[in-house]
Design a protein around this ligand. Structure first.
Ligand code: CMC
Length: 430
């Protein structure tokens, strides 16, 4: 797949000159391979935020941020969001190909078989305060899973670990919600598909409640989960790789990924967007005031759901979600003043020199919360929904890393700028 390359880059510094090999990806990206840089020159690189650093070779996701392209395993996100189910996409991302009918059937069967969590895990849920953030619960419970499934770190067990996580995290996610609202936990139902089962566990009020999954909601959630399923070396995926590189178990790596996702600059932005829109709405829809605040270098306020490290033209997921928000609200016969507000906010920002100059556009988190609201999902659960969608992506990243012949523990270097050696000062003389 990757092209052989005769070219090299030349690095010249003081009396040293080295030829550095280049690697060309299948979509034409070129990387300078600096693996031998330090041993040959004594130099290291400096790249805070890793904006110029390729941390791995990967076959999972291709993004072209200039042209707004996102593909999982070569398939365009728009096509997948339109035509595939989330379980098909999970399989595609984790195992590298679209499943045949028999493969999908077996996979879905395995997910159903493994959806229950150990009864004793309920005791952990009981121990959390009712107002615990569901992301904290999710991350803790994924680590806790490893105590119930202490599988040795052995490639022959990887498939079972993967199935366990894909099957059980949705149960944990739904239980964390049930815990927060004081309703009984609803067991997974093997008669329902993955997304329908999740909705059932979330919204069925009691085992006797005749709740029926609304197909409009099920379809919308499938789409949302597909759009969140994978996004190459972002903060949480890199965290999963970093933690997984110590050969700790998959559960601990995924739990770390959940924690990384929680922050408002990453997945936590979806909750922050709705809170921001609520605040602007309560403030008389004074969009200009908030746009000015976002531009003010002396204010910490940012337009949440705007900007992206990689997308510099548009985020294709945001385009799909903007249209989907309209469609889904229509289909459900709902109106949401926050959707109109979001559209007006987008328009003002996109016409403002500050946002134009910095190439800041709505990202995936800008419209997703409005859809989650329409589906009845409370805002504290938004980032959990993101995690549920992203799970196959994290797993695929971890699996690819563990199977990579170039595998090494992740261990960056640093440029030390602290004190040079100095004598210890006894406490009485400080
Ligand atoms: N509102 C106002 N100004 C912004 C924003 C924003 N949302 N995003 C970036 N900027 C400005 C920033 O202040 C800086 O300005 P200057 O050059 O004058 O210092 C410039 O744009 C570049 O920003 P940056 O922080 O260097 O960009 P980054 O690539 O490091 O950060 C980001 C990307 C997504 C963290 C950032 O755009 C941001 O904080 N956005 C809001 C949070 C958000 O929506 N996060 C979700 C990201 S997409 C999904 C996901 O990852 O989960």
């Amino acid at each position: 797949m990757q092209q052989e390359n005769e070219e090299f880059a030349v690095l010249k510094f003081r009396d040293k000159e080295v030829n550095l090999p280049v690697i060309v990806g299948t979509e034409g990206e070129i990387a300078v391979d600096i693996q031998k840089l330090r041993s040959r020159t004594g130099l290291i690189t400096y790249d805070p935020g890793y904006g110029n650093t390729g941390s791995c070779k990967s076959t999972i996701t291709f993004i072209n941020g200039e042209e707004g392209i996102l593909r999982y395993r070569g398939y365009d996100i728009r096509e997948l969001a339109e035509k595939a189910s989330f379980t098909e996409v999970m399989y595609l991302i984790v195992f590298g190909k679209l499943p045949k009918e028999s493969e999908l059937k077996e996979f879905e069967h395995d997910l159903k078989e493994n959806a229950m969590i150990h009864e004793d895990m309920k005791k952990f849920f009981e121990g959390f305060p009712a107002n615990a953030h569901p992301m904290a619960v999710l991350s803790s419970m994924i680590t806790a899973l490893s105590t119930f499934h202490p599988i040795p770190d052995d490639p022959s067990h990887f498939r079972q670990d993967i199935i366990n996580l894909l099957a059980k995290v949705k149960t944990i996610a739904a239980y964390s919600y049930k815990k927060s609202i004081g309703q009984p936990y609803i067991y997974p139902d093997p008669n329902l598909d993955y997304v329908g089962d999740f909705l059932n566990m979330m919204f069925k009020k009691s085992p006797n409640d005749p709740y029926k999954v609304n197909p409009v909601i099920e379809k919308a959630l499938n789409k949302l989960l597909i759009l969140h399923a994978e996004h190459e070396q972002n903060c949480s995926a890199s965290t999963v790789r970093m933690v997984g590189s110590s050969k700790g178990n998959l559960y601990s790596a995924i739990s770390a990924g959940v924690s990384a996702l929680w922050g408002p600059l990453h997945g936590g932005a979806n909750q922050a967007v709705i809170e921001m829109l609520e605040q602007i709405h309560a403030d008389g829809d004074n969009i200009e005031k908030y746009v000015e605040m976002a531009k003010d270098p002396n204010s910490d306020f940012r337009l949440m759901g705007f900007g992206h490290r990689v997308y510099k033209n548009f985020d294709p997921r945001a385009l799909i979600l903007k249209q989907a928000a309209d469609d889904i609200l229509n289909e459900l016969g709902l109106q949401d003043p926050l959707l109109d507000l979001a559209k007006r906010l987008e328009e003002v920002a996109l016409n403002d020199e500050y946002f134009i100059k910095r190439r800041l556009y709505p990202n995936v988190d800008f419209y997703s919360g409005i859809i989650y609201r329409a589906l009845g999902i409370p805002k504290e659960m938004f980032t959990v929904m993101f995690a549920l969608g992203r799970l196959p992506g994290w797993i695929a990243q971890w699996k690819e890393m563990r199977e990579d012949p170039d595998f090494r523990i992740h261990r960056p270097r640093q440029i030390y700028i602290g004190e040079t050696e100095r004598p210890f000062v006894p406490i009485s003389q400080r």
